[in-house]
Design a protein around this ligand. Structure first.
Ligand code: FAD
Ligand code: DLZ
Ligand code: SF4
Length: 519
């Protein structure tokens, strides 16, 4: 028999899953679910306006869905007069309201929030149980076991374990098609006029409209366009988005995974990260559906393997890596980069057409696809030597799918090599050639990608060599980089000096971001 004193179950904004560990098996008449819109979470970085709207709207829809199913939900809105502004403050107030006999909560996805949660047991008058978040395929302990004794933690080997564990794309213990990874078939440059079918766009309903009014009233100075707001905010909508992806875009996802086309913001990407990270979609279920598309002959192996690799490979891997490497990862700066983030990351005002387009997409959609984040925005930050903290704050603030557990490993380790190569075997540094090959950006750019130095030369060209030259001591012995230095040495002093002078002259023109954009 339930006692009068219920169990309090706080559910955070990225825990919007009906089968969450803290709800599973609980009796509805013995449980009060607590959901909280709090100022601290909305402002620990100044999130893109669409991101705040997405999280609040998805939270409100999820609360309504739970209530509809019979749960008691205590929902604290941002503008409620007594809202204390923090998770800890709101759980404390809810304990006063409901006098629970215990608090059951699923561990937070971010380090800073879990730290606060771990203090609840001492602060509150009732016992607090923190449950593992079992929505991931690989637990923290399992990742730690896998990482034990390894000097470097390469995704590829982890990924093979996850393939074996799930049986996804496996044939009697062997990978489907004889290869684990079809990455080399994920790099088709865009052909002239490449465009993808429009993904489903979701018009705001009354609940979302109310949230949009709240965000435009209270977060107007945050980066990004609030409208049009078209993200899926419920599990139903997220499933519609996934259905459309599997039918319309998955078949070409593999070929054009690394392609970039000016003004084509989604291409063949799934655009599902926001829904997966909120908890609206189950990542392994998505992989099983992708596999079915392959087995039924509707999508090729390079597309399906590529999609599955991003999810049970990269996504699971960065989550494990984050918890394994924190808190040091947030402070790491192996390359001792100190340059401030340029203002154009926020305004998009630059003559570099590739960067301007990626910032435009980021501002309008709170999204840019992977290769834009990695090889345009990230590559520039790496080779220009931008300070990791500023880059991390930028990525965490501007993308609707950004939570520190997934953002930080991608930014600090994959993009900036700030972890000294624990994650990546070499820095992803590239000159303008790479961007030219994989996009149509350069044809309309003020700069000339074929010009290496001097007036009008693509800045990526000189910055690339400036980067290689200034990190020679660290990188020369890396077998994946070493031969770059033979090329550099063969250039002779005159050409080298021209590259270095061009890069310096360009770096001198960069205007640092004004204070207050990110925090
Ligand atoms: P798709 O291209 O359709 O890929 C399918 C899914 O795979 C994604 O939805 C995502 O869940 C997963 N995935 C793909 N690549 C990665 C990756 N490298 N790490 C983790 N998951 C991955 N992803 C986030 O979810 N949040 C972030 O804050 C984030 N920050 C990033 C920062 C940088 C510098 C880089 C290089 C990548 C970042 N990513 C992040 C990964 C990736 O860019 C996004 O997941 C992807 O662009 C989301 O769009 P999509 O759903 O269309 O992805
Ligand atoms: C991202 C975000 C925002 C903007 N606001 C809230 C909020 O008000 N309430 C909430 O429960 N969650 C929010 N989130 C998501 C949290 O930041 C996320 O759940 C934690 O970072 C996980 O550790
Ligand atoms: Fe970017 Fe250089 Fe190409 Fe211009 S020329 S779009 S700056 S890579």
């Amino acid at each position: 028999m339930p006692s009068d004193s219920p169990i309090l179950v706080p559910i955070l904004g990225d825990q919007l899953t009906r089968t969450l560990a803290s709800l599973r098996g609980r009796a509805m008449d013995d449980t009060v679910v607590l959901m909280m819109e709090v100022w601290d979470e909305a402002t620990y970085v100044k999130h893109h306006q669409q991101k705040i709207a997405l999280v609040f709207s998805a939270m409100r829809h999820f609360a309504a869905e739970l209530q509809g199913a019979g749960w008691t939900v205590d929902y604290v809105r941002l503008n409620d007069p007594d809202n204390s502004g923090s998770f800890t403050g709101e759980v404390a107030r809810a304990i006063e309201r409901h006098g629970p006999r215990e608090v059951h909560v699923v561990e937070a996805g971010e380090w800073r929030v879990l730290q606060a949660m771990e203090e609840w047991a001492d602060k509150f008058p009732c016992p607090v149980t923190i449950l593992p978040d079992d929505r991931y395929l690989c637990s923290k302990a399992e990742f730690a076991d896998w990482a034990e004794g390894r000097k470097t933690l390469r995704m590829e080997f982890f990924y093979r374990e996850m393939r074996r564990k799930t049986g996804l794309l496996m044939e009697g213990g062997e990978p489907e098609g004889g290869q684990w990874n079809y990455d080399s078939e994920n790099r088709k440059p865009p052909k002239e006029g490449l465009s993808a079918p429009q993904r489903p766009l979701f018009e705001p309903d009354e609940t979302t409209r109310e949230v949009l009014d709240l965000v435009s009233g209270r977060f107007a100075e945050h980066f990004g366009d609030l409208e049009p707001f078209q993200w899926p905010v419920t599990r139903d909508e997220a499933e519609q988005a996934a259905d459309a992806f599997f039918v319309e875009r998955l078949p070409q996802f593999g070929d054009y995974q690394d392609a970039m086309v000016h003004g084509e913001d989604d291409l063949f990407h799934s655009m599902l990260s926001t829904s997966i990270n909120l908890g609206l979609l189950d990542p392994v279920e998505l992989c099983r559906r992708a596999e079915e598309e392959y087995r039924e002959g509707r999508a090729p192996l390079n597309a399906v393997e590529g999609f599955i690799r991003q999810i049970i490979g990269w996504r699971e891997y960065v989550r494990g890596f984050y918890w394994h490497e924190m808190p040091g990862l947030a402070e790491a700066n192996e390359l001792e980069a100190t340059r401030p983030l340029p203002e154009f990351y926020w305004t998009g005002e630059t003559d570099m057409r590739c960067l301007a387009d990626c910032v435009r997409s980021t501002r309008s959609n709170a999204h840019a696809h992977h290769i834009q984040r990695l090889m345009v925005l990230g590559n520039f930050a790496l080779i220009a030597g931008i300070e990791p903290k500023a880059v991390q704050d930028w990525y965490l603030a501007v993308y609707a799918d950004a939570y520190e557990w997934v953002e930080l490993p991608n930014v600090s380790a994959m993009v900036l090599y700030a972890d000294g190569g624990r994650l990546a075997s070499k820095p992803y540094a590239a000159s303008g050639n790479y961007i030219n090959k994989m996009s149509n950006y350069c044809s309309g750019c003020t700069y000339s990608v074929s010009k290496k130095t001097g007036q009008g030369a693509c800045p990526f060209n000189a910055l690339y060599w400036h980067f290689m030259d200034r990190h020679r001591d660290r990188l020369e012995s890396n077998p994946r980089i070493g031969q770059v230095y033979s090329t550099w040495d063969r250039m002779g002093e005159g050409r080298q000096a021209a590259y270095l002078a061009s890069a310096e002259a360009f770096l001198d023109t960069l205007e640092p971001a004004r204070e207050g954009w990110a925090r």
